[in-house]
Design a binder for this molecule. Sequence first.
Ligand SMILES: C[S@@+](CC[C@H](N)C(=O)[O-])C[C@H]1O[C@@H](n2cnc3c(N)ncnc32)[C@H](O)[C@@H]1O
Length: 252
Amino acid sequence: MKILAGKFYGLGVGPGDPDLITLKAFRILEEVNLLCVPRSSSDRDSLALQVVKRLTGRETERLELSFPMSSERPVLEKSWAAAGEEVARKVRQGNRVAFVTIGDPMFYSTYAYVLRHLKFHHPDLETETVPGVTAMSACASALGIPLAEGDESVAVLPAVYGLKDLEKVVREFDNVVLMKVNKKVGEVAALLDRLGMRGKAVYFSRCGYGDQYVTANLDDLAGRRLDYMSLLIIKKRGFAGDTQAGAGGMNR
Ligand SMILES: C[S@@+](CC[C@H](N)C(=O)[O-])C[C@H]1O[C@@H](n2cnc3c(N)ncnc32)[C@H](O)[C@@H]1O
C-alpha cells in the first residue's frame, strides 16, 4: 500500500464552472483527506467548496479555519497565524490538507497568507500550489473580449479599497480590471462618465453560475444589490468588433 506523507496544497478550482478546474487540481482533490473551510464572520459557505461538492460527490473531512471580516492588519495577521498553526498541526499528523480557492490561489486569496505562515514558521513541511483559471480570464472568455492584445497594457485593481487611484490608472492603462467592484459600481460609472468613457466597461457577476449576469450598460445596475462575485472590465478602445457590448446587447 502506498503510504502518503502529510502535505499542504493550495488548489485553484476556477471561478465557478466546475469544468474549469485543472486535471492536476482534480486529481489531488481525489487524494486529500482534509479540506480547509474558510469561515468569515459573515459565515458564507465557501464558494470554492461548493464547486468541489459539484465535482467530487464525496464527503471529505473538513478543517474549519476562521478569518474575520476585518480590515485591521493585526486582527487579520492573528487569524492567518492561527490558521497556519492549525494546518501545520494537521500536516504533521500525516494529513493531506487542501485549501481550495476560487479562481487562482495566488491571486487575491487568503490561501497565500496561510502558505506564507507555513513557509516561514514550518519550512520543513511539504507544500504545493496548483494554479487555477482566474475570474477575469473566465469573464473575458465568456464575453469573447481579449483582456489584452498586441501592445496593450492591463491593470488590475481591487475596487473595494477605494477608487482614488482609478482615474490615474484608467488614463495610463489601455485596459483595467476592477475586482471586488460590487459596492463601487456607482462611483466607477460616474468616473467613466466624467472621462467620456461611458460604454467602455462591462460588468460581469457570478460568471459560470446558473445566475450569471452581464451588462455593458452600467445604468442597469442602479438600485440593484450587486453580488460580491462580480468584476468590471474597462477597455479604453471600447468593445467594437469584439461583442455587441457597445450596443448594450449583453444582458443575460
Ligand atoms: C477574493 S477575490 C478572488 C479572486 C480569485 N482568486 C481569482 O483568481 O479570480 C474575489 C473577487 O474575484 C472576482 N470573482 C471571483 N469569482 C467570480 C465570478 N464567478 N464572476 C465574477 N467575478 C468573480 C470578484 O471580483 C470577487 O470580488
